[in-house]
Ligand binder design. Sequence first.
Ligand SMILES: NC(=O)c1ccc[n+]([C@@H]2O[C@H](COP(=O)([O-])OP(=O)(O)OC[C@H]3O[C@@H](n4cnc5c(N)ncnc54)[C@H](OP(=O)(O)O)[C@@H]3O)[C@@H](O)[C@H]2O)c1
Length: 261
Amino acid sequence: MENFNARPVALITGASSGIGETFARQLAGRGYDLILVARRAERLEALAEQLPTAARVLAADLVTEEGLAAVEAAIRECPRLEILVNNAGFGTLGRFWEANIGGQEKMHQLHVLATVRLTHAALRGMTARGKGAVVNVSSVAAFSINPGNVSYCSTKAWMNSFTEGLAIELRSIQSPVRVQALCPGFTITEFHDMVGVDRRNIPAWLWMKAEDVVAASLRGVDRGDVIVVPGLKYKAVVTFLRYLPPGVRRRMGRPFKDKRV
Ligand SMILES: NC(=O)c1ccc[n+]([C@@H]2O[C@H](COP(=O)([O-])OP(=O)(O)OC[C@H]3O[C@@H](n4cnc5c(N)ncnc54)[C@H](OP(=O)(O)O)[C@@H]3O)[C@@H](O)[C@H]2O)c1
């Protein structure tokens, strides 16, 4: 951190690809120094070299205690931290009881427990300094329940609820610190390759670019929006899902036989 100058700092988890990498590029463009977190250090190093501001690489597996503690320490030791982006995440395939329990457990550790630990560390400092923002990268899946995707939908729904709760607590002390749950729809990244889903099975018009998703999130941070759904089509989908009676929503799950769906 010695070579950091007086610029504000953003810490991004899952910065080695996709939405996290795009956050790094856009926040560097806005003049932030960066702390880049993910497991693939070589990807983070390559990204750091391309950025116009200073970037520290912090290789960490956020489903391990060691990895979480290292990132918490980096947050605590950085008084210029102004943005934390809890972005690291992954999907799985298959009905809950058929899927490997290890993957389900890791998903909860990454989407829920890592978000809890890192947000706690960040808000301690940000509320004391009266400045900063936390972006939790959720999903439009937070508003739905899909067969084959139960842990994903429920961890993202938790993320929205957690973020809205924090927004209410921050408001109760009139803190200028901002929190946001970013809820993208299908976005072109490595996410679906990792799960083993063929992107061609999803209609082309549903796909968004990570650049547009991140730009919408940062505009939302500027405005203080707590829930950000990028793209008009997904805003419409979410509005529909939000006002659907729970009983109807539970009956919406289409039968699926193909595990690739
Ligand atoms: N793409 C979509 O359609 C979409 C839609 C809605 C929401 N999202 C959400 O957007 C976020 C980013 O996903 P993406 O689409 O950008 O996918 P991605 O390209 O696969 O990126 C996922 C990132 O998470 C990191 N990561 C995964 N497990 C980790 C761990 N145990 N510890 C530390 N880092 C870990 C990966 O880095 P390493 O492998 O190097 O650790 C990678 O940088 C996720 O939370 C996802 O749920 C994506």
